[in-house]
Design a protein around this ligand. Structure first.
Ligand code: ATP
Ligand code: MG
Length: 370
């Protein structure tokens, strides 16, 4: 799949932007604050219907304007799909209108139409920030290849809200313990499915990570793994549902005290280990960077394995942070699918690499094809 044309109206610092895109390498270049990351943000928004950095969707509308629009044409084999997102500051409730081939659609329907992998320098935070960031990362990856997972996740979140409310009501004497049964059943059913899919995804990642890492670092025997630290004390032969129920029973008193659900995949963690040592604790900056690069590379493979085609790769300013070995790995990687790269200058980029790319020069939200 690739994005064959792209159009922005009043998006961030773009009044009007329109371009067709090659199914290869696209370099977005320009000075700091010219609008490079804004363009990647718009592409990713068309993919996930959410921005990776906006606090509010209104922030995406060009200052002084009352709507923003993103239009993209996706090419899959010989089939075209037109995606359209409008963010409107007039409508208070449905401020985001999504259309697929002209038909009004839900955010859920959009998922999978344009599949992207974003890699930015901030991704290094995945290694040592909170578990919630890592959960979100993995959830977005799995959602893009499995709508059922996405549906389960959203149902699970609703169940959690209801169950937590019921725990509060039981604590205050407005509800009885027996009423939990209904929500426990749903929690266990949906939660177990989420755990199984996370296990499967991580299993695949772990078949690829070490090989990619060694390739990046020109080493042979480094072992990079993501270790699943589920909230349930899972063993290889555990019956997940049974264990889930047991844990809920064990934690009942504490849950009532906290009025919060303490058992389930919303409290899972994943940690990165290099040669059986926690990267977050022992990893050097370079080891962490290589590991994240390996992770993104494995993510592309994971999506390809499940969808049968490679997603679009979005690289935000990553070349400046890479040394020669890692840059070389990157040069190989970007050739394997449509890739959009932002860079303030061409330092570190091979001449041949630039020559074969479509280069867009960006200046204050205005673009010229070079
Ligand atoms: N809603 C908005 N309306 C107008 N301008 C905006 C809006 N939101 C952000 N901007 C501006 O867009 C500009 C470009 O931002 P962007 O992050 O895309 O820059 P960049 O080219 O990636 O720069 P850098 O090289 O520093 O990463 C910034 O000056 C920012 O203030
Ligand atoms: Mg930027």
């Amino acid at each position: 799949m690739y994005l064959s044309s792209f159009q922005l109206t009043n998006f961030r610092n773009y009044k009007n932007f329109e371009s067709s895109f090659t199914n290869g390498l696209i370099i977005l270049t320009g000075q700091n604050a010219s609008g490079k990351t804004n363009l990647l943000e718009a592409v990713q928004l068309l993919s996930l219907s959410k921005s990776f950095r906006a606090r509010s969707e209104y922030d995406l509308i060009l200052f002084g304007m009352d709507f923003a629009k993103i239009l993209g044409t996706i090419q899959k084999n010989s089939h075209q799909t037109k995606l359209d997102i409008t963010i409107d500051s007039f409508t208070s409730k449905n401020q985001k209108i999504i259309k697929i081939d002209g038909l009004k659609s839900r955010a859920f329907d959009l998922i999978g139409e344009l599949v992207t992998v974003l890699f930015s320098p901030e991704d290094i935070n995945l290694i040592n920030s909170s578990p919630s960031l890592r959960r979100r990362y993995l959830d977005v990856v799995i959602c893009q290849i499995d709508k059922g997972y996405c549906r389960n996740l959203s149902e699970y979140k609703k169940v959690l809200i209801n169950r937590n409310q019921l725990l509060a009501n039981i604590k205050d004497g407005y509800a009885r313990k027996q009423e939990l049964g209904f929500w426990n059943e749903k929690l266990i059913d949906l939660g177990s499915k989420i755990i199984v899919e996370r296990q499967k995804a991580l299993k695949f990642f772990n078949t690829r990570l070490s090989e990619i890492y060694n390739d990046i670092c020109a080493t042979k025997d480094q072992k990079l793994r993501i270790i699943y630290k589920p909230n349930l004390p899972l063993l290889p032969d555990s019956d997940i549902k049974e264990l889930f129920e047991q844990e809920l029973n064990n934690k009942y008193e504490r849950e009532i005290y906290k009025t919060y659900t303490l058992v389930g995949p919303h409290r899972d963690n994943f940690v990165f280990e290099l040669n059986k040592k926690r990267l977050a604790i022992f990893g050097s900056r370079g080891e962490c960077r290589s590991s994240i690069l390996a992770l993104k590379s494995a993510e592309l493979d994971f999506i390809e394995k499940n969808l049968g085609e490679r997603p679009i790769l979005l690289l935000d300013d990553v070349f400046s942070e890479l040394d020669e070995k890692r840059r070389n790995h990157m040069f190989e990687l970007v050739r394997r699918q449509q890739t959009l790269i932002t860079t303030a200058d061409f330092v570190g980029l091979e001449v041949g690499f630039v020559r074969e790319a479509q280069v867009l020069q960006i200046k204050n939200g205005e673009v010229t094809n070079k």
